[in-house]
Structure formats: structure tokens, C-alpha cells
Design a protein around this ligand. Sequence first.
Ligand code: GLN
Length: 533
Amino acid sequence: MKGASLIAHDVRTGARRATDVLQDFLSRVEAHDGDVHAFNTVTAEQARAAAAAIDAAVDEGRDPGLLAGVPVAFKDNLCTRGVATTCSSRMLEGWQPPYDATVVQAMTAAGAVMIGKTNLDEFAMGSSTEHSAFGPTRNPYDLTRVPGGSSGGSAAAVAAGFAPLALGSDTGGSIRQPASLCGIVGIKPTYGRVSRYGLVAFASSFDQIGPFATDVADAALALGVISGHDPADSTSIPAAVPDYTSALDRGVEGLRVGIVSELAVASAEGQAARARSGGCHPAAGTSWGDGGNTPSGYDISAEAAWLRDGFDPEVVERLYGAADALAAAGATVDHVSVPAVAYGLTAYYLIAPAEASSNLARYDGTRYGLRVEGADVTEMNRLTRRAGFGDEVKARIMLGTFALSAGYYDAYYGKAQRVRMLTRRDFDAAYADFDVLLSPTSPCVAFRFGERADPMTMYRCDTCTIPSNLSGDPAMSVPFGTGAEGLPVGVQVMAPALGEETMLTVAAALERAAPPLSKPLLAGVAGSTGAQT
Ligand code: GLN
């Protein structure tokens, strides 16, 4: 036991005081968050009161819960009663929600202590946290690089040892991709597994909340706490919540693991090297990732070539290392084609902005946050939206409005929805033969600030994560060694709807086999090795 699990165990048994635990983490935040900028708000005073209440409960012989005294950071698009919830946007600066999100309630009811609200790309639109109105978050492994996004603040907070647990939201990869770039674990649960009540909406048919942690056990523990039916979210699934932590030691013997061919593409040299090195590689004659007519009968050759150009060779190598490790542990590993993933980015970047253009219409200067006065209501609306939203958000609203407009709806939004159906169908076919699927989480390791300024280059970061948002299935990222310049690489484990247990079993096996990661650069902070004090 380590990390959050160990803290909760120690606090519950009286071996440690929640107030002391909190002070350790607050001291680290104070020493290093000036460099990292993981937090928009640190709620130190409130946290001290909450930790003292946990200690009092222990003193009185009451059990404070599964996460007793565990400091937790919440992405700043999760509503927290009386605490600023900004979405890293000028539009909501200073807004204080009158209620807690259901996940915030669940975490605090289990004894977790909110330590602060974390930075994000404005309204969760981005893959680097560079689009925050309050300045970027830096990657604890290399302060000249991004932590990923949009939940970059939550990922950096956990990687830097500012909190053993954090929550984020994942609409197109925003938990998994930053987890990968920061060398930690991040889970996007099945759509509907976790209530979104109190999550500020971005693209409602994709949005899902999930945990970040330094290891799979802590992530499973937190997932169990936030999962479950909530009458306040009409999309939430009324299914019982299993004990996710009991899935960790089941072992992968006999499990069928499919490497998604379209997302395991590498340069010709990479493929040749792989073939020479033995291990799990495509048998001669298979056409993994080389496009052509697919089993589903549609031609993805153009997209496959485009995908292939976007992957770091080291990232694909780590993926095959992970596949080898699972095979060695007794799983059956093979390639499987999920051709529609080649269209994922295109479909997502039509549907998500379309939904965002509707969801963000509520920021009109009348109800929340910012208002810029004008001569009449129309001018007030216009001036408020012009001043309140950043460029990326404005671009998404314009793209989404266009995709939904009469005359273009069928050609863009309608077509994207058909791709979504194809994705569902292709995943269903793959899961008929495989228990879980594997891919890289991110095509690249953490990149430098400004390096992906053009939107197409930025959007490519989401190639591997978006398909599971389109299907609604669960997926998670587990650290598996390093790529270029010693930076963390994550492997993505995907599972069919409500298949979180099998997904966690495989993730735990990967964690046991993973090459060690170096520590983040920041002196004295705990990294993915989980050495929380
Ligand atoms: N990078 C994606 C986007 O910009 C995903 C964001 C998210 O998951 N919130 O839309």
C-alpha cells in the first residue's frame, strides 16, 4: 500500500493525523506551485477545517471513510459550493457555485479533503493547458514542457506530489492524455458510470469525470467512490458499483488483448526493427495500419497514412513492450482492426464544437460571471462574449454553429454522427473477440510550450483517446516507461461498456511490469513511484 490508500489506512487507524498529512502537501504546494501552476485556487483554510473534522471523527471512534484524510485536487470545472469555479475562463472569474458537484460530495463524504481547484484549458478545450486564461501549467518532469490537457492542472498536481488524488473531466482525452504526459494513472469511466451533475458542460454526449492517481490501486479506489447512479444526472447508469480494488490482483491469464492496428502505426524503420527484435509483432502478410480496404468495407488508406505520420517511434515501441509484458503474464495478444478510429478526430471536432456552441450559449452576461455593459441587451451579450471567451473557445463556438447551420447540418454534423455509429459498430466487433484493447495514450511525449500552436497539430494529440469518447466505453492510461528525452509514455487500456474491472486487471498487470520512471525534476516531490510521505 502507498499513496492515497496508505494515507487513508493510516488516518483511519489513528496512525497519522489528517491535519499533519494535509500540512505536508500544503508545504509542497507552497514550495513548488509557483513553478508548476497546477492550481487556480488553493483552499488551505477550508482544507484545515475539513482535516480537523476527520481527526475529530477518528478520536470519537467514528470511521471517516475510504479516503479519510486524503488531500484531493478538483479540476476547476467541477462546481464547489462557495469556492470559485472558473473553468480557467475570464467569463466565470469570481463565480461561486451555490452547490457541490456530485463527485465532490462523494469524495468529501468518503473523507477526502479538498486542497484546491486545478488549472485547465479554458472550458476544457485543448490538449496542453496552454489555453487557460490564467496562464499555462508546467509539466513537473520538465518545466519547459506542457503537462497535456485539458486537465493539465490535475495531472501536474498529482505528478508533483501536491495531492495524491485529483479529479478531471474527459471529453476527448482530457484525463488520459495529461496522465500519460505526466507519468501517472488516469481513468475515463464508461459514459454514465459517474454522475456529471455539477460538471460545467462542454460536449454533453462525451463529458465524463474520472480520477488521476500515482498508481492503479489509488485510481481504482477513487473510481469506486465516485461511481454510481445519481438521479440528478439523467445519463447516469443505475448499475451496482463493484469493488474495483479487488480486480487488481486477478491476473491476465487467459484474457484476450487486442492491439488496435490503426493506432499502433510506426515508421517503416520502426516496423522493421520490431520484426527483428522478436516479441509480439504482426505476422508476415498482415496489413496492420497500412490502410487499404478494411474488414468493414470502407477505405481508410488516406487517414491511415496521416495517422502513421503522427506517432513517435518510441511511443509505439513502448506499446509493444506492454503487449509483450501481457503476453508473458499469460494473456493472448493479437492485432485487431478498428477501422473507424481513423475518422475519430474529424467526427469529434465536429460533434464536440456543435454541442459546445449550444452549451456555451448560457454565458450571455445575464446569469453567470462576467458582464460588459452595452447600449442594449444585444450589445451587452456581444461585448460580454467578446471579452469573456479566449480565441480557442471562440473558434469552437464558430465551428460548431457552422456545423449545425441549415444547409450544412447533414454534410457535417449528420456525417459525423454516422461515423460515431460506425465507431460503435467497429468496437463491438473487436470486443466480440477481445476482452480489452491496447493503444498508445498519446502519439507523443510532453511537448514544449508553443510547439503545437496550430490547431491541427494540437488536435492530433487526441488521436488515440477520442475513439473511446465516441463509443462511450471506458479507457485508462498507465505509465509504461519513457520515450524521447526520458519523458513518460502512457499505454491506453480500453474495455467495453462497464468493463472497468477487466480494464483495471490489465492496467495493474502492466504497472507490475512497467520499466521504472525517473522522478519529476522538482526537488523533493513524489512521482509516479508513489513515494508519498
Ligand atoms: N483535446 C480535446 C479538445 O480540445 C479534448 C478535451 C477534453 O477532453 N476536455 O476538445
